[in-house]
Every structure is written in C-alpha cells, then in structure tokens.
Design a protein around this ligand. Sequence first.
Ligand code: PLP
Length: 419
Amino acid sequence: MSNAAETRLWHPFANMADVKQKPFLVEKADGVWIFDEGGRRYLDGTAGLWYCNVGHGRTEIADAVSRQLRTLDTYFVFNDFTNTPAELLARRLSEFAPMESAKIFLTSGGGESIDTAAKLARLYWAKRGQPERIHILSRRHSYHGTNGFGTSMAGIETNRTGFGALLPDTTRVAHDDADDLRATIERIGAGEIAAFFAEPVIGAGGVRPPEPGYLEAAAKICEEHGILFIADSVIGGFGRLGSWFGVERWGLRPDMITFAKGVTSGYLPLGGVAISGAVADVFWEAPGNPFPHGPTYSGHPTVAAAALANLDILEREQLLQRSGELEKPLYDMLCKVAEHPAVDHVRGGTGLLGALELAPALVEQDKTVVAKAQRAVREHGAVVRPLASALAVSPPLIITEEEIGLLGDSIVAGLDAIT
Ligand code: PLP
C-alpha cells in the first residue's frame, strides 16, 4: 500500500523504498548553484548529470527557446521536411567534428544516439555486402545508456543483468588493454564485427581516463581490421574534455561520434551522431538507400535552438579552453581530498571530471556507504555523483578555482560525517 504523501515519480536507478518518502526537491538553479525548497544552496559539483557545461540560469538559452516556440514550435525532419535551427545546428556540428565531410543525425538523447549508431553501423555493412558484420564490441566499465543496444553493450554488469536475453552479438573487452581488443577481434573474426564503441574517458563506470596510447592503439586496430570506431562522447563532448567532441586531444578521427548532454548543456533533451562522409556516402550517394530509423523528435527546432544558443556561449566565453585550464586545479583538489582516510585513490586529471574511489574496507562493510557519502556531502553543501564505489565530480565549466575549493571542503566535511 502506498501512502498519499509518497512520491509517484519513479526515479531512475533509485532505490525507491528509500527515496519514496523524502525525495530531494530542487527548486531552482543559477550558475554553479542549485537551491532546495528552503532556499538553501548547494554547489552543483556534477553539472546535473554531467551535462550543464555552461552552468544554470542562462537567459540567452531561455530566450532562444522562447523565440523559437513562438515562431516554429515543433516540426519534424522526416522525408524532405527541414527547419532552420536543425539545419544550422547540423552544419555547425559537422564543421567541428574531427572527420571528413561529417553528417549529423539528431536524436533526443545519448541512449537513442547509441542505438542509432549501432543500427547504422550494421546497416552500413549490410549495404556494403557484408551483412554478417553485426557484432559490437564495447569496453568493461563502459556506460552507453539504457536503450536496447546500450543495455546489451553495458560494461557495468548490473546494468545488463535481470532483463533476460539481450542482443547476443555484443562482447566486452578489457577497458584499457589494446592487446585484449586485438585478441578478441581475432577470436570472433573481424569479418563478423561491425563496430567498437569507446568512451574517451569512461564516465559512469568510474571516471577512468585511458592509459597513454590506448585509444590511439585501439583506433588503429579497428582501422586495420576495417571495424568502425565509434567514440561515445556523450559525456566527453562540448568542453568536458576541453574540445568539441572529446576525442581531439588524442588526435582520433572516429567513423562516428555519439553526443548528447553538453550539446544543450542539458537545457533541453538532445543527442545525435556525427557520421563520417565515408560511412554516410553509402546512404547519401546511392539512390534508394534510406536509413529506416528515426525518433519522432529528430531535428526538433526548439531543441536545436537551445543547442545553438548553448554553442554560442561555449564559443563566446571560450569555455573549452577554460575547461582545459581548470583540469589541473580540479585534479589537485581531488588529490588533496584523497588524503582523507575514507578515500582509497583518485581517478581523473583528463578533462573536467574526476572520481574518488572510497576505501574498499568501507564499501565492503556497508553496501550503502557511497549513497550515504553522497548525501553527507550534500548536507555539507555540494552535489557529487555516487558511482559503484566512488564519488564523481564534473562541475560546470564556469566554476571558479575558489568554488573548486568549496567543493573540496564539502566533500571532506561529508566524508568526516560518515567515518
Ligand atoms: N553514453 C554515455 C557515455 C553516457 O554517459 C550516457 C549517459 O550518461 C549515455 C550514453 C546515455 O545517454 P542518455 O542518458 O541521454 O540516454
């Protein structure tokens, strides 16, 4: 029996038995701060769910959305229909994308983009006369959303168990070992494999920057075997890793890049896939070859208008560079916090994100310790993200060094409270 005061909102990934009586109500947000119903402020140390790169309360995004809603609120881009914001956005993103003659397919979020890229990879091979190339490789610890393909590819085991049969043709490789990738390809047979998906820095699976040389080696192995290399830059894009698509710092030129989150700083739901000309040409240059796939809100003009205003801010305020400048101060702060006995080690230093791995003894003793730590940090004024055995941070790119210090203080105070 549920009681009338309990929430009716089912929170993703939440243990509702704990949450239902007292969800944490966020009332408003501004800059790097969120405010609860009592008006108390908390530093948004995670930029929401790794997305609010330009920070909260940007009236220019609100104005762009409002203007667009009053002009062309919504219309689709199926068949030959189009609209100006979607066109402008695709053009701008294709110019930023580190690939030849990129084309942009728009979706409503990251998981949809993963499904789009996976289906496109398989169909690409079918069109090229190799329909047996359907296998998809991903990395252990990876997170690719919770849609069909993303669930099947998940490198976080708990995200793929309990649902019965998933897509059989997926395999996970060691997350940072190019030899394992090569051996797996040889075992399965390159001729059976459509694509390899990799987050440049693994996010939800623990914030795991790649070992030096790993991504470059993995991309090369894919190229040698004709396997499509698909970068999942849903977290890494739009400044989080200091560049537009999160892969430029390694000089990668993927066949596709999935993106979402920072493309609108989360103000409205948008994702997409950047597709290299070489892949797209199979569809674009040969008549009678549609991609029979399309979420209703692909190319939604109001969402695209929000993205354009967001890109304007990222450019005008040089937030990609700023992210690079803040990378070290954030990492230094985390290293200092890691002296706390509740912390085992830090992961990060590549991009404006990091994680504090809690001491194994604490995690073994109490399975709920990460959730407790997250709440305790919040009690002390900051939002951090609970992962399996770590607390993650990924602040808005507008955070100041002083605010990074405040974030560190809140984390230490929270850890003190639980130990
Ligand atoms: N890929 C990565 C790397 C992500 O981090 C996420 C979400 O956190 C997704 C895909 C899924 O995106 P969405 O939650 O918008 O479906």
